[in-house]
Design a protein around this ligand. Structure first.
Ligand code: SAH
Ligand code: SF4
Ligand code: F3S
Length: 445
């Protein structure tokens, strides 16, 4: 068991990509990936704290590491990611789980190699663990961190870090700092070399991609960045997440519509359908503005796949507010919705609002909401049957079976050889099960 690492990732795509950076740093130190936790001598948990359920699950998983650590004391257990960056959390984690060796914050993730060296030196002197959190809200962007990518044919590319929006329910601005945009040249260079390496899909990442550049003085905003990406040669797919309804501009919508390489697929979190609740959430748009934006997107791209995030049980949410959300879902007819029960996060404004909703009410509302959305998803899925779509083959989940997505973001399963991963194929849809489509490769030969 020499020099192997295992990374367990929780949370959003931002974390998935950051785990690729953790892997890159560990590989530069001479570590190689292990198949399981048991085979690794460095175990990293890249954590999330967006909801209490996430934190509970992660705490349970960290607890399981105790036995592994007892088995081999030379193992290095690292806890990184958003959970560690909450006020007082790093110390609490270190106290609750004495077998943790390194707690590393989000702002100083790039210090991992230095912290491993520090730990090894301390161990030589029989002295404890390393807790390293930076409370700098505006840390510089380190462009030199190596990346060991695991998501071919897709490549994640950060365009911004952090968030300035302070939606009242959300912990992200507290654990990820202020919004920082990468230099446009750094982004374009990275995409150019990824395409040269053979990546077929680029997904731009930011908490609010539409406000890209607002912290920079070169005048390059999201629309201009997209134009520069559109000018890159070759066939590839571009996706991005997440758009914020208050900032997604008509200019951006029109660029997506007219650029063949850009997927007609927009994730546009609405959160709630009631103006009162949207205001209390500090989302800075109302129901009418949101629905107007959806109309605009559909005018430019009638086939655009629309998905969303919705929360139920925000403080003060009445049955009427909830029914406004259900009504909005029925009007928009999303191809898919990620639905959440509101979870109070310590330090956020909403956590101290009066009229917190009892769990039983939240449970009831989310069950009803999911039923409405499932019926819509099922109906929309049925409309795909018999038609043919271009699909990028993304993975081979089991022998002889492949999966990939349509341009509009629908997941399709079909039979084929794994050598096709990374290629574009035409798939005729034969049926569906809920949101998953099934199909067969069309022989164009
Ligand atoms: N930056 C993105 C998403 C961030 S978190 C955006 O603005 O849309 C992903 C989703 O988690 C959010 O869209 C929201 O629906 C949900 N979420 C965030 N905080 C939450 C909380 N305290 N309780 C429940 N769901 C939450
Ligand atoms: Fe959270 Fe709002 Fe920022 Fe999204 S935009 S990360 S929901 S504060
Ligand atoms: Fe993402 Fe969770 Fe952090 S959703 S930004 S990993 S709190």
């Amino acid at each position: 068991m020499q020099n192997k690492y295992y990374i367990e990732t929780f949370g959003c795509q931002m974390n998935v990509h950051e785990s690729e950076k953790i892997a890159g740093m560990l590989e530069a130190l001479g570590y190689s990936p292990a198949a399981t936790r048991d085979d690794a001598n460095v175990i990293v948990f890249n954590t999330c704290c967006i909801r209490d359920t996430a934190e509970q699950k992660i705490s349970g998983n960290i607890g399981e590491l105790k036995a592994l650590k007892r088995e081999d004391k030379s193992r290095i257990v690292v806890i990184a990611g958003c959970m560690t960056q909450q006020k007082g959390a790093a110390e609490a984690l270190a106290a609750k789980f004495p077998f943790i060796d390194i707690v590393l914050g989000t702002a100083n993730l790039y210090e991992l190699p230095a912290k491993i060296a520090e730990l090894k030196e301390r161990r030589a002197r029989h002295r404890g663990k390393v807790v390293a959190i930076s409370y700098d809200d505006n840390p510089p962007i380190d462009e030199s961190v190596p990346v060991a990518r695991t998501s071919y044919p897709n490549a994640w590319v950060n365009i911004t870090y952090g968030c300035n929006n302070f939606c009242t329910y959300c912990i992200v601005p507290y654990v990820r700092g202020r919004e920082r945009s990468r230099e446009p040249e750094a982004i374009i260079d990275e995409i150019r070399s990824l395409l040269a390496e053979g990546y077929k899909e680029i997904t731009l990442l930011g908490q609010n991609v539409d406000s890209y550049g607002s912290d920079r003085s070169d005048g390059v905003g999201f629309a201009e960045l997209l134009r520069r990406i559109a000018a890159l040669p070759g066939k590839f797919r571009l996706r991005f997440m997440t758009s914020h309804p208050k900032d997604l501009s008509e200019e951006v919508v029109s660029i997506i519509a007219e650029t063949p390489n850009f997927c007609k697929n927009i994730h546009l979190p609405v959160q709630a359908g009631s103006d009162r609740i949207l205001k209390a959430m500090n989302r800075k748009y109302d129901r009418a503005a949101y629905l107007g934006l959806i109309d605009k997107i559909r005018k430019y791209m009638p086939e655009c796949g629309l998905t969303t995030d919705i929360m139920v049980g925000f403080p003060g949410e009445t049955e009427e507010d909830f029914l406004d959300t259900v009504d909005l879902v029925k009007r928009v007819r999303y191809q898919n919705a990620f639905t959440f029960v509101y979870s109070p996060r310590r330090g956020t404004v909403a956590a101290t609002m009066p009229d917190q909703i009892p769990y039983a009410v939240k449970r009831d509302r989310i069950t009803r909401l999911i039923a409405v959305q499932n019926a819509i998803t099922e109906e929309l899925s049925g409309e795909f049957t018999g038609k043919t779509y271009e699909v990028l083959v993304e993975d081979a989940p089991k022998p002889g079976m492949l999966c990939g997505r349509t341009d509009s973001g629908r997941l399709v399963n079909f039979a084929g050889d794994r050598s096709l991963v990374g290629q574009f194929v035409d798939i005729r849809i034969t049926g569906n099960k809920a949101s998953a489509l099934y199909g067969e490769i069309v022989d164009n030969g």
